[in-house]
Unconditional design. Structure first.
Length: 191
């Protein structure tokens, strides 16, 4: 599949917006999704390359495109992206999701996507260490500006958003040339 520079930039922005990292903790997950994500991992590809190359992130790629975030987040990074899978987006009310993808809601969509991105590269071990060092909780500041709270539930890293919703990190440390991706099972909301 050939990717245009515009699509690549747009995808990079979406994935970059979702950045944040976690260590070894992982929840039970669809093995097919994990295998597909692992197959798209490359040492030289950008976060956008990884997302565009994985069918499990097609909704995220569409959202990044609709938000026109390519130019903003096409930089070198590094970024940590908490990337919602298609299944995560499927949990969002369909009318709400459809509305967010319209030009009239571009600012809201941008805020939502940037709430999934943390500046810098946080591997899973870094997130777990921050949680441990924080007495069981780490606060991650997103590119959007609002915090995400990270905790452990057994071996799983749990993100709690500003609205009190929770998401589990289901795949960690997918390396890219400009950062790292951690797949999550629920879209986090900035409030």
């Amino acid at each position: 599949m050939r990717i245009s520079p515009k699509m690549l930039l747009t995808t990079t922005v979406a994935l970059t917006l979702a950045a944040c990292s976690t260590e070894a903790p992982q929840a039970a997950v669809d093995e097919g999704a994990v295998e597909a994500m692992a197959e798209t991992e490359t040492e030289t590809g950008t976060i956008v390359d990884v997302a565009v190359g994985n069918a499990d992130f097609s909704t995220l790629v569409a959202a990044v495109t609709a938000a026109d975030l390519g130019a903003t987040l096409s930089g070198d990074g590094p970024f940590t992206v908490f990337a919602p899978t298609n299944d995560a987006f499927a949990k969002v009310d369909s009318d709400t999701l459809t509305a967010l993808l319209t030009p009239a809601k571009k600012a809201d969509l941008t805020a939502l996507l940037t709430y999934h991105v943390v500046a810098g590269e946080l591997k899973a071990a870094d997130v777990v260490k921050a949680i441990t060092d924080g007495g069981g909780t780490a606060t991650l500041t997103t590119v959007q500006g609002a915090p995400l709270k990270a905790t452990l539930d057994g071996d799983s890293v749990i993100l709690e958003d500003a609205a009190g919703g929770k998401s589990t990190v289901i795949l960690t440390d997918v390396d890219a040339s400009n950062g790292v991706i951690h797949a999550i099972d629920t879209v986090v909301m900035p409030g």
